[in-house]
Write a protein that binds this ligand. Structure first.
Ligand code: UDP
Ligand code: MG
Length: 321
């Protein structure tokens, strides 16, 4: 199969028929062999009924339905597991993404990228959200070292291998390009059109975008090779310790030179910094020990795994070397 389209759905009953029509015309125009995987994320409107109906008429419409709302990450993650296509495309169900962009994303994959992410250059959302997402994208780009403008676009294309290699849970769907890039996949970006929400309401308001910043810290740590807790906390501790120690050294020399040892605010401040630094270093050490003792072996993603051909014995192989 050429293409699997994974669509997370949470209360999008009105958008679904239109979305399906638009997707169908793109798929047919390109002559692809395709499937749709709709993941109903515990909708409480008629979304599931609409999807059931589509499934009844078209055998290439697959529907997975959660009993409750687990969030977009969970929906994508089960959709990915189900996806059979060589290429996997994700698109939001709310008609804000343009299915007509899918061919350009897929073409870019052909040019050697493993993941192509949409960039909503003219994003059609309220300004508060635009502002927060600008900050979020900048911070994520700086901290992750991955130069994208838009990490959290619903419209993306992946080689199947990518979606099988990353685990997207919690609210980590915002960081899919980071997770993929850190596994060694090539990530690219193209500009895509974006529309205003036509029906229904956004599920990710200003409040939820704040979580994105906390999740960034999580992402830094869970991809263990990126940053170990002790390296992270240790750096902070060294900076604070140094800042705290400088005045002490200065006052020490003054004291050796015969000056009286009076109570000095800067000296007290310095001591506080030193104590805080030691605490932070110990927290880092604890976190390091906990992470070393849990989780078992880390998961490694292979590009190739060439270990002998079928029909040859290990002994024979060795003789040939
Ligand atoms: N979505 C989901 N589960 C959720 C929230 C959202 O599956 O808990 C889906 C939603 O139906 C839509 C996509 O994720 O297809 C993006 O959500 P939304 O449009 O609300 O986000 P926004 O575009 O406002 O950032
Ligand atoms: Mg939307």
């Amino acid at each position: 199969m050429d293409l699997s389209v994974v669509i997370p759905v949470y209360n999008e009953e009105q958008s679904l028929p239109e979305l399906f029509g638009a997707l169908e015309s793109v798929m047919k125009d390109n002559g692809w062999d395709y499937e749709y995987i709709f993941v109903d994320d515990g909708s409480v409107d008629r979304s599931l009924a609409v999807l059931r109906e589509l499934h009844r008429h078209f055998e290439y419409v697959k529907v997975l339905s959660f009993r409750r709302n687990y969030g977009k990450s969970a929906a994508l993650s089960v959709g990915f597991k189900q996806a059979q296509g060589d290429v996997v495309v994700t698109i939001d169900a709310d008609l804000q993404d343009d299915p007509m962009e899918i061919p350009s994303l897929v073409k870019k994959l052909g040019d050697g990228a493993d993941l192509v992410s949409g960039w909503k250059r003219n994003r059609q959302d309220p300004w508060t959200k635009l502002f927060l997402s600008k900050v979020f994208n900048k911070v994520t780009a700086i901290l992750s070292g991955i130069r994208l403008h838009d990490f959290n676009c619903g419209l993306k294309a992946y080689k199947n291998e990518v979606v099988q290699s990353i685990s997207v849970y919690g609210e980590l769907h915002r960081f899919i390009p980071v997770l993929a890039a850190w596994e060694g996949f090539r990530v690219d970006e193209i500009q895509v059109r974006h529309f205003k929400r036509k029906y229904g309401k956004s599920k990710y308001g200003r409040k939820r975008i704040l979580n994105g910043f906390f999740d960034l810290v999580t992402v830094m740590f869970i991809t263990r090779r990126a940053m170990s807790p002790l390296h992270f906390f240790g750096r902070i501790a060294i900076i604070l310790f140094t800042l705290g120690a400088i005045p002490q050294v200065y006052f020490l020399f003054q004291w050796l030179g015969g000056a009286g040892l009076r109570v000095r605010p800067i000296m007290l401040g310095g001591f506080v910094l030193i104590i805080v630094a030691l605490q932070i270093a110990s927290i880092g050490l604890l976190a390091e020990l906990i992470s070393a003792r849990s989780g078992g072996d880390p998961k490694y993603v292979f590009k190739e795994y060439l270990v002998g051909r079928s029909g040859t014995h290990v002994g024979e192989n060795r003789e040939n070397v």
